[in-house]
Design a protein around this ligand. Structure first.
Ligand code: ADP
Ligand code: MG
Length: 247
């Protein structure tokens, strides 16, 4: 019997009169690396945003660790262990890699109100460790604005890990990267997820990356789940092939 971490039932989300998610059922086992794939506009980002609590008006049920979370706020979900990548805001682009990562650890500690020298130095030490983990020590003092896209994605991934989430949501973490960078980043992600016992749900367009990194795959088309299964099952699925080859 598998240990279910997240279970969505009948999830529906409309933007005005447009139904972006229609009756989505989705299960995530604890500890698995799960890819969400499908054509543009299928509703993948909408589903991720629903799980992260970032959208109003979500209907249906989303159970996380057995508790209903479908209509909770992002901060509450973060406390319960659902994390997604940071969008580094404009103001932070002019700060260094170390400063951004340190900020991520201070935020994760929930201690902005009582910032002390000891807390900052502890966050700074953890930040330096995490920067090492994601392979950015040589860019420690670089401004985020000066990072390559690949390095910035590594930083964003590390900042998401700072919160130590049980479930990590990554929406197209490798967008815009070269094939080699994509594989490097996702191998790093998979290794960290496994080493720390986390669960990963990621959206990825590169099917080679999906087949290499994912242990389970869910295919969405036009707001609904078309198929879910092992990478081998999904690769051999006629309906899935029709969607990908038939356009
Ligand atoms: P995917 O990530 O699979 O490409 P999205 O979840 O981003 O798909 O979008 C699903 C559908 O919902 C698309 O048709 C998109 O145009 C629409 N959509 C997404 N966000 C909004 C929004 N804020 N307002 C209106 N329509 C939206
Ligand atoms: Mg998307």
């Amino acid at each position: 019997m598998t240990d279910t971490l997240l279970s969505a039932r009948g999830v529906r989300k409309a933007y005005g009169s447009f139904v972006a998610l229609n009756n989505v059922d989705f299960d995530l086992a604890r500890g698995e690396r799960h890819a969400l794939i499908g054509p543009n506009g299928a509703g993948k980002s909408t589903f991720i945003a629903c799980v992260a609590g970032q959208l109003p008006g979500v209907e249906g049920s989303i159970a996380f660790k057995g508790q209903e979370v479908a209509r909770l706020m992002p901060a509450d979900l973060a406390k319960r262990g659902i994390g997604r990548t940071f969008q580094i805001s404009r103001a932070f682009l002019h700060m260094t890699v170390l400063e951004n990562m340190t900020a991520a650890f201070v935020i994760a500690a929930g201690r902005w109100a009582s910032l002390s020298r000891a807390l900052l130095s502890d966050a700074g030490a953890r930040a330096a460790d995490m920067i090492d983990t994601v392979g950015l020590t040589h860019r420690l003092a670089a401004r985020v604005a000066d990072l390559s896209l690949g390095d910035r994605k590594r930083l964003e991934f590390g900042m998401a890990l700072a919160a130590d989430p049980d479930l990590l949501l990554l929406d197209e973490p490798t967008a815009g990267m070269s094939i080699k960078e994509r594989h490097h980043l996702m191998e790093l992600v998979a290794a960290r997820v496994d080493a720390t016992g986390k669960t990963l749900l990621f959206v990825e367009h590169d099917i080679d990356v999906v087949l290499k990194i994912a242990q389970r795959v869910t295919v969405m088309v036009r707001g609904a789940v078309l198929a879910a299964g092992s990478p081998e099952e999904i690769a051999a699925n006629d309906e899935v092939q029709a969607v990908y080859l038939g356009g």
